[in-house]
Design a protein around this ligand. Structure first.
Ligand code: 5GP
Length: 118
C-alpha cells in the first residue's frame, strides 16, 4: 500500500463493494466502471485493485494490468459506440485536480479538446 493511502476513499469503497458502481469489466487486478459524472457518453474509469494514490506508487505488475485493461475496455468502447477513438486521461496529485486519491485512468471516446473546460 502506498504511503498516505486513505483506505476509505470512494474507489476503495467501490472495490470493497460498499457502494455501488456500474461495472463494465473486472479481473484479479483491475476494475473498470462508468464514471458517475461522465464528461461524455461512454466515460469509463479503470482502476487497479492495488492500493496506490497515483501511478507513481503503482507496482510494475499493477501498471501492466491497468494498461491491459485500458486496451481491452478501450477497444470495447470504440466498438460499442462506433467512436472515432479514445482519449486516455490521468491525473496524479490533488494540486493538479485529482479528486479521488486512488490511481485511475479516464477513458473518453472523444477528443480531449471536445471536453468541458477546453
Ligand atoms: P479525477 O478528478 O480524480 O481525475 O477523477 C475522478 C473521477 O471519479 C471523476 O470523473 C468523478 O466523476 C468520478 N467519481 C467520483 N466519485 C465517484 C463515484 O462514487 N462513482 C463513480 N462511478 N465515479 C465517481
Amino acid at each position: 500500500m502506498s504511503q498516505n493511502y486513505d483506505d476509505n476513499n470512494i474507489f476503495a469503497r467501490i472495490l470493497r463493494g460498499e457502494i455501488p458502481a456500474f461495472k463494465v469489466y473486472e479481473d484479479e487486478q483491475t476494475l473498470a466502471f462508468m464514471d458517475i459524472m461522465p464528461q461524455i457518453r461512454g466515460h469509463v474509469l479503470v482502476i487497479p485493485k492495488e492500493a496506490a494514490v497515483t501511478v507513481f506508487e503503482l507496482s510494475a505488475e499493477a501498471s501492466l494490468a491497468c494498461m491491459q485493461t485500458v486496451q481491452k475496455v478501450g477497444k470495447a468502447i470504440v466498438k460499442a459506440l462506433d467512436a472515432p477513438g479514445i482519449t486516455l486521461f490521468q491525473q496524479n496529485g490533488a494540486g493538479i485536480g485529482q479528486t479521488v486519491p486512488h490511481a485511475h485512468f479516464h477513458l473518453l471516446p472523444c477528443s480531449v479538446f471536445a471536453l468541458k473546460g477546453h
